[in-house]
Design a protein around this ligand. Structure first.
Ligand code: SAM
Length: 298
């Protein structure tokens, strides 16, 4: 029996979010629905598209497509890792498709990578339908934890230095479902507590300059109220609404240039990358004039 989904009509899947992206929608042509279920946390849809490969959708929002996922996974991973001078211990919160972990383990300097995903079903489905993204989940450096990322951070004691991280990547879904708490001040405080002194955090901002720049500005202000050094950059991903996604990067090292790769990729590392390079690392922090005025003069 053919699997039905409310967001698929006449062979097209359409993402609409009036709360966040009013007056627009984004559609992909569906070849075949591969899976649809309601997990304990969210609505999960996986379909094969005619032009973007397999697509993972949570609560009606596209998380990744096989065609363009590298643009997101590489930038959210390599920007903080190359901006850090000696990253050994990395934490990824969310990230059940496995794409970020795949990028983290490309770094020979990284000794351990912990992945904290709330929904085991996302990992299982990604292993089945997104094999090129989930290929490193069983890597010996990877430690998998199935729990709420917010709770995981709450359990890190402020004086427990061994439990802290050099780089923390929040690869979460958007604020409307189980990831809602990641976009509030307490989350930035928990990140701050879980970070080593010279550590760097990065999170997907769910927004970009074309969508809701005022909300984005507020989120950046929240980050600035907790961290002494905060930057905003973006990556271009055609299957995210309006084609780009913002990333907020923070550290407590006031003079650290977050927009610079302080270590350069080895030629072996660079060969494994399709989007990231040190020039695009720097360029991704440069904003169009109107957006720069709004976001950087607050
Ligand atoms: N690249 C994607 C994007 O920005 O659209 C995000 C990818 S990844 C699939 C997001 C993951 O975050 C999901 O698998 C979801 O289950 C997980 N997640 C959401 N809330 C979470 C929470 N509170 N703790 C841990 N993981 C969470």
């Amino acid at each position: 029996m053919e699997v039905q989904h409310a967001r698929i009509k006449n062979g097209w899947f359409t993402e609409v979010s009036d709360a966040h992206f009013p007056g627009q929608g984004f559609s992909l042509r569906v070849e075949k629905v591969l899976h649809h279920s309601q997990s304990a946390f969210q609505d999960i849809l996986v379909f094969k598209s005619t032009d973007f490969g397999n697509v993972l959708v949570l609560d009606g929002i596209v998380q990744c497509t096989e065609r363009d996922e590298f643009a997101y996974q590489e930038m959210i991973t390599h920007i903080p890792i190359y901006a850090h001078k000696n990253p050994k211990k990395v934490l990824v919160i969310g990230g059940g498709d496995g794409g970020v972990i795949r990028e983290v383990v490309k770094h020979s300097c990284v000794e351990s990578a912990t992945l904290v995903e709330i929904d085991k079903t996302v990992i299982e489905l990604s292993q089945r339908y997104l094999p090129e993204m989930s290929c490193s989940i069983s890597d010996p450096k990877v430690n998998l934890q199935f729990c709420d990322g917010f709770q995981f951070l709450r359990n890190i004691g402020s004086s427990d230095l061994d439990a802290k991280y050099d780089v923390i990547i929040t690869d979460s879904s958007d604020p409307d479902g189980p990831a809602e708490a990641f976009f509030q001040k307490e989350y930035f405080q928990l990140l701050n507590n879980a970070l080593r002194e010279d550590g760097i955090v990065i999170m997907q901002a769910s927004e970009n300059v074309w969508l809701n720049i005022n909300y984005l500005g507020e989120l950046i202000q929240t980050a600035k109220s907790v961290f002494s050094n905060t930057g905003y950059c973006y990556t271009t991903v055609p299957s995210y609404t309006s084609g780009q996604l913002g990333l907020i990067v923070c550290s407590n090292e006031k003079d650290l240039r977050l927009d610079v790769a302080h270590r350069l990729p080895t030629s072996e590392e660079q060969q494994k990358m399709k989007y990231y390079n040190p020039k695009i690392h720097h360029a991704s922090f440069i904003l169009p004039t109107w957006a720069d005025r709004i976001l950087n003069t607050r």
